[in-house]
Design a protein around this ligand. Structure first.
Ligand SMILES: *Cc1c(COP(=O)(O)O)cnc(C)c1O
Length: 438
């Protein structure tokens, strides 16, 4: 399998190069040259399997030839030592909980797989790669804990001082070992500017192999298709239900794109609801075919506050830029903060289920979709984060205290380890040049 750029001017590359490079040299996103297909008998066989066997079957098709199967299989096992529960709310309505990983959000799936793949490829060349990431919160923590202890890799995270929640800061600054946190006395844009400058600094290129780990990396996308495939099969095996509608709380649209990939591979998926908050650039595109990104607005579901989603280029590529074709598979629904709060209360009242604000957006969008279309297919809402990550939203809405899971409580007690830097580029480059002495 080879991977080419959505901008089509860079040369096609292997999964190894696409993983270590992140973004293609022409600024495009890497996509597989063809979408691997599962035949009906192959899918029937997988119905009996567990999460890891489904994940392995998919990964094999994307990475065939580049990693020996037994090593790929071990890698998958070490990526997902936690459950992916499919919780039944009522007849035909389910929540797939994607928050059982170390940082309690679905980004663990992508980051853990990417980390192991990147580590494997770096070790093949006897190289040490340095992953450089600017983060405003959730991506950075998934990357920190994803790469923690992975040989041949180290991570440098830049986050804006005082602009992430206490919980996020603890997750960013306590992984230790090969993970270094830089607390930047500026805002997120400063962090991004510093990182971009480092990637084009010829002086650093000679000393370090810099890699990015943001959500445009194809090796973060592939593992996100695993839980769509698995849920569609498990729904059939366990409940006798077929071809569900997935409602996907969306920000950069990586998660939704991975779902589209799973469906194109042949897994029994009926339709998608792209659930957004007030940041509705893609929702409007699905309506009228015009893509007019607007400045980002702040909402209750902060991880989805993205005005110009980075994975949209990839999504469009999979539909050959045809907005009608995309609209046949995907319905976009935008959900207000008011409806989000109301849904958090409703879910608790009706089912005793405590949902985080992102999951609530997904649930509300599924209900809207069913109401307006009369669709009666089974529905699966992806739950992208554990409610305890968003206490400051949920507790006042529900007027009750939320229990903090053990693995989160442990992180809150750890000693923060971060290096404070200013916004001058020389401070970052100085730190990177001295990394070997740390
Ligand atoms: C990142 C994130 C999202 C959005 O996912 P995309 O792949 O960027 O669309 C939704 N919910 C939570 C909790 C997230 O961290």
């Amino acid at each position: 399998m080879i991977y080419f750029s959505t901008n089509k001017t860079s040369v096609p590359v292997s999964i190894k190069k696409a993983t270590l490079e992140g973004l293609a040299p022409d600024g495009g996103l890497y996509v597989p040259s063809e979408i691997p297909c599962f035949s009906a008998p192959e899918i029937a066989l997988l119905e009996e399997g567990n999460f890891s066997s489904v994940a392995f079957a998919i990964a094999k098709k994307f990475i065939c030839g580049e990693i020996p199967p037994d090593q790929l299989s071990d890698m998958i096992d070490s990526c997902f030592p936690f459950d992916t529960p499919l919780v039944r709310l009522e007849e035909g309505t389910f929540i797939e909980e994607l928050f059982s990983g170390p940082t309690l959000a679905f980004k663990d799936y992508g980051a853990r797989f990417l980390a192991r793949l990147a580590g494997y490829f770096a070790s093949e060349d006897n190289r040490l790669i340095t992953v450089l990431v600017a983060t405003s919160g959730d991506t950075g923590s998934a990357v920190a804990y994803g790469f923690q202890g992975i040989p041949n890799t180290r991570v440098v995270l830049l986050y804006p001082s005082g602009k992430v929640s206490r919980l996020q800061e603890q997750q960013l600054t306590t992984a230790g070992g090969n993970v270094h946190a830089l607390e930047v006395q500026g805002d997120f844009d400063d962090c991004q500017r510093l990182v971009k400058q480092a990637f084009v600094d010829p002086d650093l290129k000679d000393r370090l192999t810099l890699t990015s780990a943001n959500s445009i990396n194809i090796s973060r996308l592939i593992p996100q298709s695993f839980y769509y495939a698995w849920a569609s099969l498990h729904l059939k095996a366990e409940y006798g239900l077929d071809r569900p509608v997935f409602s996907v709380p969306s920000g950069n649209y990586g998660n939704l794109t991975a779902g589209v990939l799973a469906r194109m591979m042949g897994f029994p998926i009926g339709h998608f609801v792209a659930a957004s908050n007030a940041n509705d650039s893609v929702t409007r595109y699905l309506d009228d075919g015009r893509y007019e990104p607007r400045p980002t607005v702040t909402t209750l579901s902060t991880a989805m506050d993205v005005g110009n989603p980075s994975n949209f280029a990839r999504l469009k590529h999979f539909y050959a830029n045809d907005h009608r074709a995309m609209g046949t598979d995907i319905t976009g629904i935008s959900v207000s903060d008011e409806a989000t709060g109301k849904t958090i209360r409703d879910l608790f009242r009706r089912y005793g289920y405590i949902a985080d604000p992102h999951t609530a957006v997904g649930f509300h969008a599924l209900e809207e979709y069913r109401k307006t279309t009369g669709n009666t297919a089974p529905g699966i809402v992806l739950s992208t984060a554990h409610p305890a990550k968003f206490l400051e939203v949920i507790e006042p809405v529900l007027e009750r205290k939320i229990d903090i899971p053990e693995r989160l409580a442990v992180v809150l007690e750890k000693q923060k380890q971060a290096t404070l830097i200013g916004t001058e580029y020389s401070e970052l480059s100085g730190f990177l040049k001295n990394l070997d002495r740390l």
